[in-house]
Design a protein around this ligand. Structure first.
Ligand code: KG4
Ligand code: ZN
Length: 328
């Protein structure tokens, strides 16, 4: 089955074709990062206008790259939430128009669930049960998965998401935009010598990053940060240490076969390194372009819903605050 994926939840306009949920035939992304960089963050109105301009060219490029016609596609999967309302609306309406014109089935996909499916596109397939750590700009979730569409959210952040923490640290340290990759790069040039708290909530799999951000703010305000690179390395080390230790503890407690990393922060070089080094349980880590926002993961996730007989109607709507909830 060939599934066309459409993703437009934030600032990337993306289209991909994936065969049977696991084989990428084409994965195209039009990034808006340069447009938003001058504002230091994503401007929602600018993002949705840019999605409108990019949707058709990205789809055309995707089909040409896969040597396919629109009629060759068997179904269409689209991110319907969570994300920016205006951005989601462009993608969802585009997908609905394509479904209506071709008569092909449509499926709305939760963006966070989609992120996990990067792990089905990287070669070695996950073997259930698994523990997935989703770390993105808006979410930090630990998800126990016994099968497709079988989710138990066992931990999440109580305040800032890991990606949000990286972005705020980059702003505090004037490292540039986008923040996560900027901290990652600066940290490689620094030493993690600054003392920062490790936010460990005992007796829970939940995370908390706001105290760490406040601690860094105080150090900057009181002039104790002399090297932004050292501060970046210290901050990154503090975030990564908590993510790695809590994920391994949860994976051990639930007796899973593998740990899966997912979401934009899974692109962080130190997180990838420490997770591989420290986990006694095998870890699957998708290649960088599959960690950050893309449509291949949406097509893959959509496929696993479609083969269960699930469909969305042409009345599919966007759900900007769509939660990722336990199904088990
Ligand atoms: O999953 P994603 O691309 O979009 C959302 O769904 O939010 O994640 C974006 C987040 C941003 O906060 C970005 O700063 C962070 O992922 N990120 C990173 C790295 N690359 C992206 N954080 C740390 N290190 C990186 N290399
Ligand atoms: Zn994302």
């Amino acid at each position: 089955m060939l599934v066309l994926g459409i993703e437009s939840s934030c600032d990337e306009t993306a289209a991909a074709v994936v065969r049977d949920g696991v084989k990428i035939l084409s994965n195209q992304i039009a990034s808006q990062v340069d447009i938003h960089a001058r504002y230091g963050g994503v401007v929602p109105e600018v993002a949705s206008r840019q999605h409108l301009l990019s949707s058709v060219p990205v789809l055309e490029k995707c089909l040409a790259d896969a040597s396919l016609e629109l009629d060759d596609i068997d179904a269409i999967a689209v991110t319907s939430g969570p994300g920016l309302a205006g951005s989601l609306l462009v993608g969802v309406n585009f997908a609905k128009a394509l479904a209506m014109a071709t008569g092909k089935p449509l499926i709305g996909v939760n963006h966070l669930e989609g992120h996990i499916y990067a792990n089905w596109l990287a070669g070695e397939l996950p073997q259930f049960p698994v523990m997935a750590l989703i770390v993105s700009g808006g979410h930090t979730d630990l998800v126990y998965m016994k099968g497709h569409a079988d989710y138990q959210i066992i931990g999440r952040t109580r305040d800032d998401a890991a990606g949000e923490a990286f972005d705020k640290a980059a702003r505090l340290l004037n490292l540039g935009y986008p923040g996560g990759p900027a901290v990652d790069k600066a940290a490689r040039l620094g030493k993690p010598g600054l003392k920062l708290p490790r936010a460990v909530i005992r007796g829970s799999h939940d995370f908390s990053f706001s105290g760490l951000k406040t601690a860094l703010y105080r150090l900057v305000e009181t002039g104790q940060v002399t090297s932004p690179n050292d501060a970046a390395a210290s901050f990154q080390e503090a975030v990564v240490k908590v993510l790695v230790s809590k994920t391994i503890a949860a994976a051990d407690e639930y007796g899973v076969n593998q740990i899966l990393l997912a979401g934009g922060v899974a692109a962080n070089s130190r997180l990838r390194e420490r997770m591989r080094e420290e986990s006694p349980i095998p870890v699957l880590i998708p290649p960088l372009p599959l960690c950050t926002d893309n449509a291949a993961v949406i097509a893959s996730c959509g496929y696993f819903h479609l083969i269960r007989g699930e469909r969305s109607g042409l009345d599919l709507n966007v759900y900007p605050s769509m939660p990722f909830v336990s199904t088990a």
